[in-house]
Design a protein. Structure first.
Lengths: 512, 376
């Protein structure tokens, strides 16, 4: 998954197994926002503390409020202390903070970008960042266009000879195919695809990366990873949290746009893709996009049957009463926004023919867990003269979060003179086997962007194909005679209709 | 776990001891930390019992077999202490061997214990088993058959060999090992020791990866110096470095020489001569002279390395706190931009953790040794 520079540094031999990040200036648009304080700066600090940052790095916060470099640094010190994976060490922070600067400007003000360009040139001179620029769009999506246009107007989209300019875009990448295409047009007007890094932090998680290792570095799985042996696949992203102050955004998005279009389809791609020809970013992304393209599109009349949308009503989470979605602050009391979605998908390839894929995502569910479970076909039980149950299946579970790991359920004989068999579980936990904490997803992804490795970032066609799949569902839901919204009490595992979705096929959701 | 009170005094997470079990412990100060004494033919059975009698949420974890061999007195206790810390980050089956091949009487004893640590999530205790052996007299020769029959199957064997190697080397021993860990810093005769190590490697048909902790000691310094040259635009300095100076601590001359060997191996330099104990002359690939000054000062293995290329100076210095490196690059006479990078203290646990974490072959080490073999 690495892409080395053309002239590798001979002194790195044996020391680094990944592409080395290059000196650069990182300009963060939306520098006073939550994402910068909670994720980006703590991630950069952790990289600094682990010695992973390149020798010359400058971080320039770009935002509208007026403040000095020192004020900005002091604010970041407080939040980094709160949100960093590692404790804040004064000596490391002090040195790292020297690389943080603040640039005040409105996003729409072209002159702010002209002055940014001058400041970046000066930083190159003073700090040796060599003209390399990474622009991180951590602002609200409606600000992307003015930011990108102004970056272009200031000439910041073009790197000088021997340098690079890249842009990282946070989701949402549009709210439907048309807006995604429009956003991609705006982006591509300023930055070519090679310069564009669309971040999906799910892909930066250790276990998500391990899916490819599990599948393609272990010879035992690939021969049985197909319709002949796999009965079905379930992908679950459950959250105990509700909308938690994001109601404004969530009301316009809903679970399908917020989670399925990006995170869950990305995970599905990793599970279902063919082996890439090599580990380059494009080889892997070529295979991933084929999966989305192969998803059977729903006919309008199928959506009510194959997609369940739900919304939580009042209930209890961890023993505490919580209000229903429609009673949340800033939510329309008649809101039709879904906080839960379950889908039955089909991938139309030889490998996955007749293997249903069930996805579910929901808020205010009993527990937070993201996982993929691969349910294998049952063994003929004639030998054991036993009534077949759902537990007869071997199930391979890849836990993405929390408690990252892999487990395999298999049947075993219960000790004793009679022949009784029961399921047992072989369980691998990252946290148990490896004492070292995994880096946060943003650490990995920022480092990859600095190194020019786009493997874990979504490509334009992936995003657009995903919207092309999602759009008909959203469209059907917006119709007058839309499939009805179902309800589930907070703290339950979703609406009954979601259980029926599987029950119709003689299956059940895995108990988490 | 009912026999872990023994570990309580090591400062680890061994708090649910049962006072009555103390009676089972051997009475001497050394063995009290080794756990439950067991007959060698009952080790497997006793280990199983240990887990079946365990209390609370505990998980046995193992990614490797880590055997530690020493011939020093009190080494069983000392190495148990080290393993209590190493297993915090590297779950393994630890096999600790204290040997005295020169003892007059033959003696063989074994103990089992476990090192338990709270998992990162803080919800359960993750435990690594330890089997300890005391071998005296002729029983030392039985090392492969007795000790290595206790391996956790299918997992690699790392052997941390703490004494100097001695002839004759037991060829049977090497056939078991995947990674051989040693510390050349303490070797009195580098050439002889290296010859024995390489012989072992040949006998194992190159299967053994050689892991020198003296080389591991240099990892952070090497990383810190290497990062100056990550941008291809800085590669011209490789031809232009004319001078360098290393400050090394008392007893760490070999560490400094290995660092020079690394530069020579990776930058295509050849040793021209060792002018004196304080100056090594090399020839770069353009035939130009590179002079590396060596200065012994203080206790840190490597306290600083400075290289000059034209007007530019590259400097890596160990910060006073001991676990950070200060890195700066700048024009001579001007205030350079500083950066800090992590380092590791010169501590056996940190070195072992670093080594166990890195894995992979050490081709660069072998090339570096080859370059400076005559100076070591």
């Amino acid at each position: 998954m690495t892409k080395g520079s053309e002239q590798p540094n001979p002194l790195r031999e044996g020391l680094s197994t990944r592409a080395v990040p290059q000196p650069c200036a990182i300009a963060i648009f939306g520098a006073t926002g939550d994402l910068t304080h909670r994720k980006l700066i703590p991630a950069l600090y952790n990289l600094a503390a682990d010695g992973e940052l390149p020798p010359a790095v400058a971080v320039i916060g770009f935002a509208r409020r007026s403040k000095s470099d020192d004020e900005f640094r002091n604010e970041l010190a407080q939040t980094t202390k709160q949100f960093s994976r590692q404790d804040l060490r004064e000596d490391i922070w002090k040195t790292f903070a020297q690389s943080i600067l603040y640039h005040q400007s409105e996003f729409e003000d072209e002159s702010g970008y002209q002055s940014l360009a001058k400041r970046l040139d000066q930083i190159d001179e003073e700090r040796g960042t060599r003209g390399n620029r990474l622009f991180y769009l951590a602002a609200a999506p409606e600000k992307f266009e003015p930011i990108l246009k102004n970056l272009k107007a200031a000439g910041l989209n073009k790197a000088k000879e021997g340098s690079w300019a890249r842009v990282i875009i946070e989701k949402p990448f549009g709210r439907d195919l048309r807006s995604a295409q429009e956003l991609n047009r705006v982006v591509s007007d300023a930055f070519v695809e090679d310069q564009t890094y669309r971040i999906d932090h799910f892909l930066g998680k250790e276990t998500a990366q391990n899916i490819l290792v599990l599948r393609f570095a272990n010879a035992i799985f690939e021969p049985i990873w197909n319709a002949r042996y796999i009965d079905h696949v379930q992908i679950t992203a459950a959250e105990t949290l509700g909308v938690e102050g994001r109601a404004g955004y969530y009301e316009t998005a809903g679970a399908l746009r917020d989670m399925v279009q990006n995170h869950l389809l990305q995970l599905l791609c990793l599970v279902a893709m063919e082996a890439p020809t090599d580990l380059s970013a494009d080889s892997i992304r070529d295979e991933k996009v084929k999966v989305v393209r192969s998803l059977r599109r729903y006919r309008a009349d199928e959506i009510a049957k194959l997609v369940v949308r739900g919304q939580y009503t009042k209930g209890a989470i961890n023993g505490e009463n919580v209000p229903g979605y429609r009673e949340e602050e800033n939510v329309n009391p008649k809101s039709e926004t879904e906080t839960y979605v379950a889908l039955r998908l089909s991938i139309e390839t030889w490998r996955w023919s007749e293997v249903p894929i069930y996805l579910r995502v929901g808020k205010h569910l009993p527990k937070s867990a993201t996982e993929i479970s691969v349910h294998f076909k049952k063994a003929p039980m004639v030998l054991f003269n036993r009534d077949s149950t759902e537990h007869d299946q071997n199930v391979l579970v890849i836990r993405i979060q929390p408690d990252e790991g892999i487990s395999l359920r298999m049947m075993a004989k219960i000790p004793g003179t009679s022949l009784r068999i029961e399921p047992v579980k072989m369980d691998f936990h990252y946290g148990t086997s490896f004492g070292k904490a995994s880096p946060e997803a943003y650490e990995r992804l920022l480092l990859d962007a600095m190194s020019g490795d786009a493997t874990l970032f979504a490509r334009r066609d992936e995003v657009e194909e995903a919207w092309a799949f999602i759009d008909p569902i959203e469209k059907a839901w917006a119709e007058k005679n839309a499939p009805r919204l179902t309800f589930y009490p907070a703290g339950s595992w979703g609406p009954e209709e979601a259980d029926e979705l599987l029950a119709r096929d003689g299956r059940a959701w895995r108990r988490l | 776990m009912n026999f872990w009170p023994a570990m309580a005094e090591l400062g680890g997470d061994y708090d649910d001891c049962h006072p009555e079990e103390l009676i089972k412990m051997p009475a001497t100060a050394e063995t009290i930390s080794l756990g439950l004494p067991v007959a060698i033919d009952r080790i497997d059975r006793e280990l199983k019992k240990l887990w079946s009698e365990g209390e609370g949420a505990m998980t046995r974890a193992s990614l490797m077999n880590l055997a530690v061999y020493s011939e020093e007195r009190e080494s069983l206790t000392r190495n148990t202490r080290l393993l209590a810390r190493i297993t915090e980050n590297h779950a393994c089956r630890a096999i600790v061997i204290g040997a005295d091949p020169h003892a007059r009487n033959d003696r063989m004893e074994a103990w089992i214990s476990a090192h338990c640590h709270l998992s990162r999530a803080g919800t359960k205790r993750v435990c690594s088993e330890q089997i300890s052996f005391l071998l005296e007299g002729a029983t030392v020769k039985l090392l492969p058959s007795i000790v290595f029959s206790q391996l956790d199957s299918d997992l690699p064997l790392y052997l941390w060999w703490q004494p100097e190697f001695a002839e004759p080397m037991d060829p049977q021993l090497w056939s078991w090992i995947d990674r051989l860990i040693y510390d050349s810093q303490s070797w009195r005769d580098f050439k002889l020791q290296m010859r024995l190590v390489e012989m072992a490697q040949r006998e194992a048909k190159q299967r053994i990866v050689l892991c020198d902790l003296n080389w591991t000691r240099l990892v952070h310094f090497r990383l810190a110096f290497a990062q100056f040259f990550d941008h291809p635009g800085s590669h011209h300095h490789f031809r232009e470095i004319k001078n360098g100076s290393i400050i090394f601590g008392h007893g760490f001359r070999s560490t400094a020489i290995l660092f020079v060997g690394w530069l020579a191996a990776q930058l295509g330099w050849e040793i021209r001569s060792e002018k004196n104990a304080e100056l090594i002359e090399l020839e770069n690939f353009d035939g130009k002279t590179v002079r590396i000054q060596l200065q012994e000062k203080g206790d840190a293995p490597i306290a600083s390395f400075t290289a000059q290329s034209g007007e530019i100076e590259f400097q890596v210095t160990l910060a006073s706190c001991g676990d950070l490196l200060e890195v700066c690059r700048g024009k001579l006479g001007e205030a350079p931009a500083r950066q800090v990078l992590p380092s590791a203290e010169n501590d056996s646990v940190k070195l072992m953790s670093e080594e166990l974490m890195r894995g992979g072959p050490h081709h660069v080490y072998l090339r570096a040794v080859e370059k400076v073999r005559t100076l070591l």
